[in-house]
Design a protein around this ligand. Structure first.
Ligand code: PGA
Length: 256
C-alpha cells in the first residue's frame, strides 16, 4: 500500500461562483468545520475573490488557489492573469487544464503545458486536470486520452518539479452532471495516470504523486471513492460551495 506515502488533498473548485463578500462568508463557515483536518484543504476561488480568501483564511489550515493562470509574465493578453501576479499575492496553488477551460475557452494540451511551466517557475503548486469525454469513454479510448493529456501537460517538467504537481482525474461526463464515476472506474483511471508518471519518471515519483478524483464527488460518495488505493483526494465543484458537504468530504479523506 503506497497510499500512506501521499498527501491526501481535498480541493474546492468554486468555478464562477461567489462574490468577495460571499467568499468571506463561506470560508468562515468552512474553517471551523475543517480545522482538525489531517488532509490538505484547499479552496480555489475566482480571481477577484483571492485577496478576500487569503485574508479570511489567514489563521486557518485552509490554503487558497486560483483557477487558472497565463503562461506569460505580463503583456497584451486582455482578461488574463499571470503566475507572477498570483505569486506576489501569496497564492500557493493553481488549477490548470480544467475541462471547462478546454471546452469553452480553447485550452489545448499545449497551452496547458505552457501554463503549468509558468506556474512552476513562479513557485506555485499545480492541480492539473485531465479526463475523457463521454464519447471517448464509449469508444474505449479513455486510457489513451488521459495518458496523452498527462504526457503533453508534463512535457519538460523535471523530476524535482513533480513534487509540485497534483493531478485531478475528472471524467468530463461526470462534472456537474450528478453522474459520478464508480469507485472502480475512478481507481482504474487514477492507476493508469500513476503508471504514466512511472513511465515518464520513475516508480518513486509515481508513488509520491497525489492523484485526485473529480466529478460530482459529494458527501455521500466521497468515502467509497477515497477508499480506493490510487484515489488520493478530490477536486470538488458543486459540493465545495456548501460548507457542511465540503467538510464531510474532508472527513472522508481523513478516514481513508
Ligand atoms: P463537480 O465539479 O464536483 O461540480 O462535478 C468538479 C470539477 O469540475 O472540478
Amino acid at each position: 500500500m503506497n497510499k500512506q506515502l501521499r498527501t491526501a488533498i481535498i480541493a474546492g473548485n468554486w468555478k464562477m461562483n461567489k462574490t468577495p463578500s460571499q467568499t468571506k462568508e463561506l470560508l468562515e463557515q468552512i474553517a471551523p468545520l475543517t480545522k482538525d483536518a489531517k488532509c490538505e484543504v484547499i479552496a480555489c476561488v475566482p480571481f477577484v475573490d483571492l485577496q478576500t480568501a487569503l485574508d479570511a483564511t489567514k489563521d486557518t489550515n485552509i490554503k487558497i488557489g486560483a483557477e487558472n493562470c497565463h503562461w506569460e509574465e505580463s503583456g497584451a493578453f486582455t482578461g488574463e492573469i499571470s503566475a507572477v501576479m498570483l505569486k506576489e499575492m501569496g497564492i500557493k496553488y493553481v488549477i490548470i487544464g480544467h475541462s471547462e477551460r478546454r471546452q469553452y475557452f480553447g485550452e489545448t494540451d499545449l497551452t496547458v503545458n505552457k501554463r503549468i511551466r509558468a506556474a512552476l517557475n513562479n513557485g506555485l503548486k499545480v492541480i492539473l486536470c485531465v479526463g475523457e469525454l463521454k464519447e471517448q469513454r464509449e469508444q474505449n479510448i479513455t486510457a489513451e486520452i488521459v495518458s496523452m493529456q498527462t504526457k503533453i501537460a508534463l512535457m519538460g517538467i523535471s523530476e524535482a518539479e513533480m513534487k509540485n504537481i497534483i493531478i485531478a482525474y475528472e471524467p468530463v461526463w461526470a462534472i456537474g452532471t450528478g453522474l459520478t464515476a464508480t469507485a472502480d472506474q475512478a481507481q482504474e483511471v487514477c492507476k493508469i495516470i500513476r503508471d504514466v508518471i512511472a513511465s515518464m519518471y520513475n516508480q518513486d515519483i509515481a508513488n509520491a504523486t497525489t492523484i485526485q478524483y473529480g466529478g460530482s464527488m459529494n458527501d455521500k460518495n466521497a468515502d467509497e471513492l477515497l477508499s480506493k488505493e490510487d484515489v488520493d483526494g478530490g477536486l470538488i465543484g458543486g459540493a465545495s460551495l456548501i460548507a457542511e458537504k465540503f467538510a464531510a468530504i474532508v472527513k472522508a479523506a481523513d478516514n481513508n
